[in-house]
Ligand binder design. Structure first.
Ligand SMILES: [Zn+2]
Length: 654
C-alpha cells in the first residue's frame, strides 16, 4: 500500500493534537493529518516521526497561519513565475521568428524546468506542512462549503490543491511514454488520396494529396460541400475510408504508404493493375486506447481521493463531475431546435442528410466588406509588432475599459513576432509580462492575422486580469481550460468594432451562431462516445483490443441511434468513433463543447452591459470551481440554454 501511515497512528495523532485545540482547529487538524498521512512514505520517516511532525508543525494560531500562507504565496509565485520565465527564454528560438532552427534549439526548448518540483518539496517537507495546515477539499466539499467561503477561504483551499497526490516517477514516465507513442501513431496515420478509387474505380483526388486521419480527411470532406461536380462522390468515399479505419478493416499497407491503389468500398487493393491481397490493420487503434487506460489505471491507487482517470479528468481537472457533464450534454442533444436546424440544412443541400453531414460547412455568409479592403486597413494600421503593442491600450478603451485600467493591463503584455500562427503566453508572476505572439507579413498584418491576434489578445487580457486583480496568488487563473477560450472569443467577435467598422452584416453573425450550434451537436456526440469508452474499460479492465473495438463501435452506434438517427433518418452509423483525440488526448473532447457553452452564456449576460467593467469584475474572481465562478459571474449555473436560445433567434432572423 502506498499510504505509509496506518489508520491507527493517524487516529492517535489526531487525538493527541486535538486535546490542545479549539473546535474549529480540531476539524482542520483532523482533515490535514489524514491528508498528510496519505502522502507520507517510508522514506519520509517512521510513523512516530509522522506524529511528531504533525504536532510540531500544525499551526493553530490564525495570524501565524496567515503569515505562513503569505510566505508560501510569495515563494510559490517566485518559483512558478521563474519556471515559466525560464521556459519562455529557452523556447525563444522555437516560438519566435528568428531564422533557421538548430537541433540544439529543440533540445533546450523541450527541457522541463519544473519537473522535479514536486519531488523536491516532498523531500524538504514543505509539501507536508501545506497538506497538514491547508487541507485538501474535494470538489463536492468545495461546491458545498464554498457557498459560504470568503476569498481568503478559497485561497487557502487552493493552496491545499498544490500537493494532493504523489505519483511514483516511474508510473508518470510510463504514462508519458504511452501517450507519446499514441501521439506518434496518430501523427503518422496518413492516407494517400491519389491512390484511392471510388465505387466505380475512378480516381477523384489529386495524385499528390496525402491526408492525416481524421482532421485532414474531415477538412477535405468539408471543403467539398461547394463542389457541385463530384463533391458528393468524394465525400462518400472519405466516409468509406473512415468506416474502414474505425472497423480496422483498412489494409495495413495503405496507411502512411502510397504503394497500393485502394478501393475502400470493396476494400480491395491493387498494384500494377493486378489485385493484391493485403492484411488488415491489427486493431492497433484500440491497442493504443487500452495502453492509455492501463497506464492511467496504474496511477489510480496513488490518488485515493480520485481513483479513476475519469474522476481525475472531470472532478479533478475540469472540476465538473462526469455525470454532470453527461447531463448537460444530454439536455443539449435532445433539444428540438436541432431538428429545425437539420431541416434548414436539408433545404440548403437539396437532399436528405447523410451521416457525415455532422460536418456540414455551408453556414457561411459573405461579408459586405471584402477581405482586400480589410487587409488594406489592418496592414496600414499594423506594419509590425511594435505598432500592435503600442495600440493595445487604445484597443481596450474602444472595448469600454477605463483609460487608466486599459493602460495598466496593456503594460503587462508584450507583442512578439511568432514563428507559427501565434499564441498567448501567460505570465505566472506579477513582475513578468504576458506575451502575445503573432505573425506579421512583410506587407503588414493581414486581416486574418489581425482576427487571430484579437483572439490571442483576449487570452492575454484574461491572463493579466486573473493574475493581477485576484485577491490572492493561489486564486490566480480561471476554473478550467474551457474557460480560457471564452474571453478570447468574446474579443475576436468584436474585431471589426475595434477597427471602427460598423458591421451591419447581421447575417454573417446569424450564420456563425448556427454553425457553432451544429458543430456543438457533433462535438457533444463524440464526447459521449469518448466517455462511454472509458466507463466500459473500467468495467472491463481485462478487455482485448478486439473486444474494445467491438464495444467502441456499439457505443458509437448507440449514441447515434439515441440522439442523431431521428434527425438524420439513418440508424447504426459508427461515424462518431473516428475522432483521433480519443487516441492521443483521451477524454479531452468535452472541453470544446464547454468552451462554446461558456462563451454564449457570458455573451448573453454581457449584452447591453458595460463590457470593460464587467470583464474586469468577472475575470478577477479567480480560480473558483466552475459552479461558483458562473454563479458569481452571471448569477446562474453553467447551462446549454443560452447557445440554444441564440441559435433559435438566429434561425428566426435568416
Ligand atoms: Zn484560444
Amino acid at each position: 500500500m502506498n499510504n505509509g501511515v496506518s489508520d491507527l497512528k493517524i487516529n492517535e495523532t489526531i487525538n493527541e493534537l486535538a486535546a490542545t485545540l479549539n473546535s474549529s482547529s480540531k476539524t482542520i487538524a483532523a482533515k490535514g493529518i489524514k491528508h498528510a498521512g496519505s502522502l507520507w512514505r517510508k522514506e519520509d520517516g517512521s510513523e512516530d516521526e509522522f506524529k511528531l511532525f504533525c504536532i510540531k508543525y500544525f499551526v493553530s494560531d490564525s495570524s501565524e497561519k496567515a503569515e505562513v500562507f503569505n510566505k508560501a504565496c510569495k515563494n510559490f509565485e517566485s518559483l512558478f513565475g521563474h519556471f515559466s520565465q525560464l521556459s519562455l527564454e529557452l523556447r525563444e528560438n522555437i516560438d519566435l521568428d528568428r531564422g533557421p532552427l538548430h537541433y540544439i534549439d529543440e533540445m533546450f526548448g523541450s527541457y522541463s524546468v519544473g519537473a522535479h518540483f514536486s519531488d523536491d518539496f516532498f523531500s524538504n517537507k514543505i509539501a507536508f506542512i501545506i497538506a497538514l495546515n491547508f487541507p485538501y477539499y474535494s470538489l463536492t466539499e468545495k461546491n458545498e462549503l464554498g457557498k459560504n467561503w470568503s476569498a481568503k477561504d478559497w485561497a487557502y483551499a487552493r493552496l491545499g490543491d498544490f500537493f494532493i497526490n504523489r505519483i511514483p516517477a516511474e508510473l508518470q514516465q510510463k504514462a508519458t511514454a504511452v501517450s507519446s507513442k499514441a501521439g506518434l501513431y496518430v501523427s503518422e496515420y496518413n492516407i494517400y488520396m491519389g491512390k484511392i478509387t471510388t465505387d466505380n474505380d475512378k480516381q477523384l483526388f489529386p495524385i499528390d494529396m496525402v491526408l492525416l486521419s481524421h482532421w485532414n480527411l474531415r477538412d477535405e470532406l468539408k471543403s467539398n460541400y461547394g463542389n457541385k461536380e463530384d463533391g458528393i462522390e468524394k465525400q462518400k468515399t472519405i466516409y468509406e475510408i473512415m468506416k474502414r479505419i474505425i472497423a480496422q478493416e483498412i489494409p495495413q499497407k495503405v496507411i502512411n504508404c502510397g504503394e497500393y491503389f485502394w478501393n475502400p468500398f470493396s476494400n480491395k487493393t491493387f498494384k500494377d493493375g493486378r489485385e493484391v491481397s493485403l492484411t488488415a490493420e491489427a486493431d492497433t487503434r484500440y491497442q493504443h486506447i487500452l495502453n492509455n487506460f492501463h497506464a492511467m489505471k496504474a496511477i489510480d491507487s496513488y490518488t485515493p481521493e480520485m481513483n479513476t482517470y475519469i474522476m481525475r479528468t472531470f472532478a479533478g481537472e475540469m472540476e465538473i463531475p462526469q455525470i454532470e457533464v453527461e447531463n448537460i450534454f444530454d439536455e443539449y442533444l435532445r433539444a428540438p431546435l436541432l431538428k429545425k436546424l437539420a431541416e434548414l440544412i436539408k433545404q440548403r443541400l437539396g437532399r436528405d442528410l447523410l451521416a457525415y453531414d455532422i460536418w456540414y460547412d455551408g453556414f457561411k455568409a459573405r461579408s459586405s466588406i471584402s477581405e482586400e479592403k480589410l487587409n488594406a486597413i489592418t496592414q496600414k494600421l499594423y506594419p509590425n509588432t511594435a505598432a500592435y503593442e503600442k495600440d493595445m491600450a487604445k484597443t481596450l478603451e474602444k472595448l469600454g475599459f477605463a483609460q487608466e485600467n486599459a493602460q495598466n493591463i496593456s503594460s503587462f503584455i508584450a507583442v512578439d513576432a511568432a514563428r507559427g500562427s501565434g499564441h498567448a503566453w501567460g505570465a505566472q508572476m506579477r513582475t513578468a509580462k504576458a506575451h502575445l505572439r503573432t505573425r506579421i507579413g512583410a506587407a503588414g498584418m493581414s486581416y486574418k492575422g489581425y482576427n487571430i491576434a484579437t483572439h490571442e489578445f483576449g487570452h492575454n487580457v484574461e491572463q493579466t486580469i486573473s493574475l493581477h486583480q485576484t485577491p490572492y496568488y493561489t486564486l490566480n487563473g480561471v476554473p478550467n481550460t474551457a474557460f480560457t477560450e471564452a474571453l478570447a472569443f468574446l474579443f475576436q467577435k468584436r474585431d471589426l468594432e475595434i477597427l471602427g467598422i460598423n458591421n451591419s452584416d447581421k447575417q454573417v453573425d446569424n450564420f456563425k451562431i448556427l454553425d457553432i450550434c451544429w458543430h456543438t451537436f457533433e462535438m457533444m456526440g463524440v464526447s459521449m462516445v469518448d466517455m462511454g469508452i472509458w466507463k466500459w474499460m473500467y468495467e472491463n479492465p481485462q478487455a482485448t483490443p478486439t473486444q474494445l473495438k467491438t464495444q467502441t463501435i456499439n457505443i458509437a452506434k448507440n449514441i447515434w441511434n439515441k440522439y442523431f438517427s431521428a434527425i438524420y433518418g439513418s440508424k447504426d452509423e459508427p461515424i462518431l468513433a473516428i475522432y483521433s483525440h480519443m487516441i492521443n488526448s483521451p477524454l479531452y473532447l468535452s472541453n470544446y463543447s464547454f468552451g462554446s457553452l461558456i462563451e454564449f452564456q457570458l455573451g448573453q449576460y454581457l449584452k447591453g452591459k458595460d463590457f470593460g467593467k464587467e470583464v474586469e469584475r468577472i475575470w478577477s474572481l479567480g480560480r473558483l470551481t466552475p459552479r461558483h465562478w458562473m454563479q458569481k459571474a452571471v448569477g446562474q449555473d453553467l447551462l446549454s440554454k443560452p447557445l440554444l436560445e441564440a441559435a433559435e433567434e438566429a434561425l428566426k432572423n435568416i
